[in-house]
Design a protein around this ligand. Structure first.
Ligand code: NAD
Length: 354
């Protein structure tokens, strides 16, 4: 396969971790006979510093024309006092909107050997390997009317979903479930919200297209509780924008360091793959960032973006292999274990691929 991949390294530790993922993808290409053409483009603070907008037109056009996009991180405290449209984050929101990425896919998995690094008891955390699919472009965050009364006496937001919006994100959830444990949990608040009742009806209808997947429904409050009590019982969760925002962070947090978590944002066209963490200015340029979140995002790029499931599995196996060998970056190193730097950790994963 030949694939054109746009890289958006961005700010802070973004360039370091994207370089790690490119090294891994390049090695995958060599081993499996694929040609990955990488083109690097500006976004966020990097673009602003060059006198451009946070999402230059050239970046937007290249992303839309690509086969997949790999993003590092966006965010730079030196722009904190600028208005929202002139801050690095405008680039991130802009590219998600421009590429019409309606489904945010956030796996939360405990890598073998890292059960101790999460906040839950290791025996509860063991075996956790779930995915939260969050609707990303609708719901409460975009519904109109919205606003605050000028005198500050009241404020309103609107939760709205249309049938097609629910159908398309439900299909993403069903397809992911089909490729793994074949269980999909749809999370809503159907005992209180009309929007959730429509959500439940439509997801149940879409289920008829996926007869090999078992669908269940859960109220969001119960789902949040069960995630903390028994995370290993979940397979794939699909939910709306608001509930997904909260549940995906909860699921990520129980798995340990932010540096471990990958994500994919999918639409009808190319997908955008990025680690969950931000630009981590406190550790930028020190060769201590954990590259696993970005390398695992590259694995999602291979499977969900390019349909290369075998290659993605090989990348995840290489990460597991390196963790099993005892290497740890600073954020996940227990007391007494000397941390391995970003570069050396990446080199170990590249070597493990072979
Ligand atoms: P952050 O995720 O950058 O960092 C939070 C903490 O986690 C820091 O202590 C950091 O050192 C640590 N951390 C993050 N990634 C790590 C990694 N790979 N390895 C080891 N440790 C890691 O969040 P923040 O500090 O709240 O935000 C910093 C900047 O990033 C802000 O400008 C924010 O707007 C931006 N941000 C961007 C994104 C994104 O690009 N998707 C997401 C969140 C925050």
């Amino acid at each position: 396969m030949t694939a054109n991949i746009v890289l958006l390294p961005g700010d802070g530790i973004g360039p370091d971790v994207v370089k790690s993922a490119v090294d891994v993808l390049t090695r995958v290409g060599e081993i499996y006979g694929h040609r990955f053409n990488f083109t690097s483009k500006l976004i966020g603070g990097e673009a602003l510093r060059q006198g451009l907008g946070a999402l230059p037109d050239d970046t937007r056009d290249a992303c839309k024309a690509s086969d997949a996009v790999l993003l590092g991180a966006v965010g730079d405290p030196s722009f904190d006092n600028r208005p929202p449209a002139e801050r690095p984050e405008a680039g991130l929101l802009g590219i998600r909107r421009e590429m019409q990425l309606f489904a945010n896919v956030r796996p939360a998995k405990v890598w073998p050997g890292l059960e101790q690094s999460g906040p839950l008891k290791p025996e509860i955390l063991a075996g956790t390997d779930l995915i939260v699919v969050r609707e990303l472009t609708g719901g409460l965050y975009y519904g109109k009317p919205r606003g605050i009364e000028p005198d500050g006496s009241a404020a309103v937001n609107t939760m709205i979903y249309t049938r097609p919006e629910i159908e398309r994100v439900a299909r993403v959830g069903f397809k992911l479930a089909q490729a793994r444990g074949k269980r999909l949990l749809s999370v809503d608040k159907a005992n209180v919200l009309e929007v959730s009742r429509l959500w439940r009806t439509v997801v149940t209808e879409v289920a008829k297209e996926f007869l090999d997947v078992t669908l269940a429904h859960e109220l969001v409050d119960a789902a949040a509780m069960k995630l903390a009590l028994a995370p290993s019982k979940f397979d794939v969760i699909v939910t709306g924008n608001l509930f997904g925002d909260i549940l995906s962070d909860e699921a990520g947090a129980i798995c340990g360091s932010l540096g471990l978590l990958p994500s994919a944002s999918l639409g009808e066209g190319p997908g955008l793959f990025e680690p969950v963490h931000g630009s981590a200015p406190d550790i930028a340029g020190r060769d201590i960032a954990n590259p696993i979140g970005t390398i695992a995002s590259a694995a999602m790029l291979l499977s969900d973006g390019l349909g290369l499931a075998k290659e993605a599995a090989a990348v995840n196996a290489a990460i597991e292999h390196v963790l099993a060998s005892g290497l740890r970056t600073a954020d996940i190193a227990p007391a007494g274990v000397k941390p391995t730097g970003t570069r050396a950790f990446t080199d170990a994963i590249v070597a493990a691929l072979a």
